[in-house]
Each structure stands twice: as structure tokens, then as C-alpha cells.
Ligand binder design. Structure first.
Ligand code: SF4
Ligand code: SF4
Length: 332
């Protein structure tokens, strides 16, 4: 059987920062996930609430021959600043980067077994798998936190029929009595549930700037502040990220210096494509991005933004127009 030392070495060669193994037993966290969906806390994310929700109980729904799950983490904590974008979106699209690295890792593993690489495209409960593989605990901010590396990392998995020694014990929860993330969340999106905390996506800025098709409801909009894509607040305040390692990984350094919002508002569809096609921002498409830029300008009313907002108020997309009209009304 392959040893943990072999896997750790292979991970280093493939530019993977953390790696662990778990078995394929059904996940004890799955009933919580179904309850979370039933409470409506997945908001409008159909890929989390449709028939795929049940597949997440057991990775053998995806690869029937699976005997092991290798969970990999790659750090993205680049030393830069961008007030508008969540740091996971600063660099290259992590789906492409992680897939390439995980496929390279598969090439180092014994031939003759089944392998399935998962980077968000396959329904698995990846944080639960990562916890069981020994990579960290699930913080009250619902992120996976590693004691030495914090929470700024991407996760990917390899399901395989190769038998591997699983991690013996999930790391203990080290949140203790801390409530910094809960106190700092501008929209109170981390909600109590017995002795746990869970995310109500309907209130979360990340949901409203990345996933939602409609503009955020008005009472929430002012809390979005300058954020155009994602929100890092509940990770920024986490003490485990205070000394989190910084990565110089070229794939996750910002491709562009952050331009002013009124310049972002003028990006044409072609310019948006050129700039963001291979970054996480592509997910919002041009119209979602402009909608978010309009709301961010509305949260910082300035005379110099008026021409850009008037331009957006005539956009072909009704959500962009509505967000721009709302922003203009804030400067009335
Ligand atoms: S991402 Fe932002 S809005 Fe969502 S829970 Fe964290 S702090 Fe709150
Ligand atoms: S801020 Fe505190 S409570 Fe929240 S995840 Fe970090 S350690 Fe846990």
C-alpha cells in the first residue's frame, strides 16, 4: 500500500499544499446538509438542492468502485489588495489550475485503478471529506480551517479504487469560544442552530454577488459596501488566518491592478471576456458583474460616478438598469 510519505512528496511535486486521505464510508454530515437545504438556506443554488443533493451522501454514487478519497488543498492567499474582489478571485480560475494539478498527481499513482478528479463539477461534500481526511475543522464561519494554514485554500478531490491508508482522526474544533466571524458578518448570515452555526445563503454577500440571478434585496444592498464579487469578511477576522502562509503561486497572483468602479462599469462584453474569461469572475457573466458594480457605486455615492451610473441605467439588462437606478437614487 502507498504510504502517506509518498503522497506528501507527490503532492509537493504537483504544487499541492495540503493532502489527506479518507475512506468511502457515508458522510455523517450529510443529514445536516439536507436539513440546511430544507430550511431554504441554500437560497437559489439549484445545483445544491436538486437530485444531486442525495448523491453527496456517499462518493460511491459518483465512482462505485471507490475505496479512497484523496483530498487536496492549494493556498491562494496572495500578498495583494483589492477592495472589490474576494481574494479567491484575484488570479486564474482555480477549477482549471486544480484540475491540472490533480491530474498530474493521478499520473504519479499506480496504473490499473479507477480515478475521478473532482473540482466543484461533481456532487461531493468536500469540506466534510476534507475534515475526515485530517485537513482541518469546520469553523463557525463554515469554512474548513487548518491549524497551520488557515482557511485561504481551494479544495479538490480524487476518488479512487486504489486502497490507501485513511487519516485516523479528524482534527479537533479549535474555534473555542471565539465569535469574531459571527460578530463581523455585516448581514448576520451566520445563524445559530443548536450548538452549531450555519450559513443562511439568502443573507450572504458572497451569494448575492456571485450566485444570485437577481440584485440583492434592498435592505441588504447597503451592506454589500464596495464588494463586487464575493466577501472575505468572516475569514479576514478569523484568528487562524492572522499568520496564514502567503502564497507566491503565480496562478493566484492578481492579473490586474484594481481599476476604479466607474472604469469597471464601462467594460464592454468583449473587454469583460478578455479580462475575466479565465478567472472566477466569469461566473457572474457581464450583466451580473455590471449589476454588482452599480450597487458598489451606490454604496459610495460620489459625483464622479454619475456618468457611469447613467450609462448603466440605460443597459439592455433589467437588473443592471434597476441596480443603477437604485445607486443614482442614493446620490440624489
Ligand atoms: S461571506 Fe460575508 S456575508 Fe457571507 S457569512 Fe461571511 S462575512 Fe457574512
Ligand atoms: S473567527 Fe473564530 S469562531 Fe469564526 S471560524 Fe475563526 S476561530 Fe472560529
Amino acid at each position: 500500500m502507498l504510504t502517506d510519505a509518498f503522497l506528501q512528496d507527490a503532492a509537493r511535486r504537483c504544487a499541492i499544499d495540503l493532502i489527506g486521505v479518507t475512506d468511502t464510508a457515508p458522510l455523517a454530515d450529510h443529514p445536516y446538509y439536507l436539513d440546511w437545504v430544507a430550511r431554504g438556506h441554500a437560497a437559489g443554488m439549484g445545483y445544491l438542492t436538486d437530485h444531486r443533493a442525495h448523491k453527496r451522501a456517499d462518493v460511491r454514487e459518483i465512482l462505485p468502485s471507490a475505496q479512497s478519497v484523496i483530498v487536496a488543498a492549494v493556498l491562494y492567499n496572495a500578498p495583494a489588495q483589492d477592495p472589490h474582489l474576494s481574494r479567491y478571485a484575484w488570479g486564474h480560475d482555480y477549477h482549471e489550475v486544480l484540475r491540472e494539478r490533480l491530474e498530474k498527481l493521478v499520473a504519479e499513482l499506480p496504473a490499473g485503478y479507477d480515478y475521478r478528479v473532482c473540482v466543484d463539477t461533481v456532487p461531493v461534500l468536500e469540506r466534510a471529506l476534507a475534515r475526515r481526511a485530517g485537513l482541518g475543522w469546520l469553523g463557525k464561519n463554515t469554512c474548513l480551517i487548518n491549524q497551520g494554514a488557515g482557511s485561504w485554500f481551494f479544495l479538490g478531490e480524487i476518488l479512487t479504487s486504489l486502497p490507501l491508508p485513511p487519516n485516523a482522526q479528524a482534527p479537533p474544533d479549535r474555534c473555542g469560544s471565539c465569535t469574531r466571524c459571527i460578530d463581523a458578518c455585516p448581514t448576520d448570515a451566520l445563524v445559530p442552530l443548536g450548538d452549531r452555526w450555519e450559513l443562511d445563503s439568502r443573507l450572504c454577500i458572497s451569494y448575492h454577488t456571485i450566485e444570485a440571478k437577481e440584485p440583492a434585496p434592498e435592505p441588504l444592498r447597503e451592506h454589500l459596501g464596495p464588494l463586487v464579487f464575493g466577501c472575505d469578511i468572516c475569514q479576514d477576522v478569523c484568528p487562524w488566518n492572522r499568520r496564514a502562509p502567503v502564497t507566491l503561486d503565480p496562478d493566484f497572483q492578481p492579473a490586474h491592478a484594481p481599476p476604479p468602479l466607474d472604469q469597471l462599469a464601462l467594460l464592454t462584453e468583449a473587454e469583460f471576456r478578455d479580462r475575466y474569461r479565465h478567472t472566477p469572475l466569469w461566473r457572474t457573466k457581464h450583466r451580473g458583474f455590471l449589476r454588482n458594480v452599480a450597487i458598489a457605486m451606490g454604496n459610495d455615492p460620489q459625483k464622479r460616478y454619475r456618468p457611469a451610473l447613467e450609462y448603466l441605467a440605460a443597459n439592455a439588462d433589467s437588473h443592471v438598469r434597476e441596480a443603477a437606478a437604485w445607486a443614482l437614487s442614493r446620490d440624489a
